[in-house]
Write a protein that binds this ligand. Structure first.
Ligand code: ATP
Length: 240
């Protein structure tokens, strides 16, 4: 559904992504692993239309989108859940969700809200409370919910477990699996390789802007030496 082919992206004259290719299919999770600075966030931002690539192709359901503005990329069905969640703290949970649906016809908004509340009951319970008062895990659910309000076909999720307590990481990643199981394709950057490989279908490992390994999540787990080499010794030892 989403195909990224030989993507090159730079900041000024400094290359950050040097020929990354990756695909995402409906209902499946493709995990992007790599050390800090490997080019993972830049890849997601470039797909989302926030940083134009120097070269390479991005197609969504067969249509080229690599030169489209961010709002056109959302209209094509691709929505970014940014690192650090970026919920609007002073606004209520429901106001945050409504903002996520601003590109949708008003008539369908209530239906979308109910769908999100069904998926994340905790958001329903806190719907009139300030988003800033939610816990980190709840804010991550809100960031997912806000993205789902745009009815995406593909979600780009950047480091959903960042800054969360280990006990919450499992819950958050389980929710990502549920979102994918509803038919949405997911491209996810996640440092917590051990847990993320358990819920992913496929994985690519990137280093210095290039793909150094790609395969099924199962193959990636069994090539733990590859993951260790590019992510560091601790990558597969984190608590699950
Ligand atoms: P992290 O896990 O630290 O976010 P990452 O794999 O997502 O790492 P990127 O954030 O994509 O990596 O960064 C890739 C390279 O681009 C790094 O060398 C980084 O220093 C550089 N870079 C990222 N953002 C900018 C920017 N706004 N201006 C200049 N260089 C940048």
């Amino acid at each position: 559904m989403l195909r990224v082919s030989d993507l090159h992206v730079s900041y000024g004259r400094v290359p950050a992504v040097r020929g990354i290719s990756v695909t995402v299919e409906p209902g499946s999770i493709t995990l992007v692993l790599g050390a800090n600075g490997a080019g993972k966030t830049t890849t997601l931002r470039s797909i989302a239309g926030l940083h134009p690539p120097d070269s390479g192709e991005i197609t969504m359901q067969g249509r080229r989108i690599e030169r489209q503005r961010a709002d056109r990329v959302v209209a094509a069905g691709i929505v970014l859940v940014p690192e650090g969640r970026r919920v609007f703290g002073p606004l209520t949970v429901e106001e945050n969700l409504r903002l996520g649906g601003y590109t949708r016809p008003r008539a369908g908004l209530i239906e979308e809200l109910e769908r999100v509340y069904d998926l994340f009951p905790v958001l329903s319970e806190r719907r009139h409370g300030a988003a800033g008062l939610l816990s980190g895990g709840e804010q991550q659910m809100l960031a997912f919910g806000r993205a789902l309000m745009a009815r995406p076909k593909v979600l780009l999720i950047d480091e959903p477990s960042l800054g969360l307590a280990p006990a919450i990481v499992n819950t958050v990643l389980t929710r990502v699996r549920e979102v994918a199981d509803s038919g949405i394709g997911v491209l996810m950057v996640e440092q917590n390789a051990k847990v993320a490989l358990e819920i992913a279908d496929d994985a690519v490992v990137v280093a210095r802007g290039e793909v150094v390994f790609s395969g099924s999540a199962q193959e990636t787990r069994s090539h733990s030496s590859v993951v260790r080499a590019f992510l560091g010794e601790t990558a597969l030892r984190q608590e699950s």
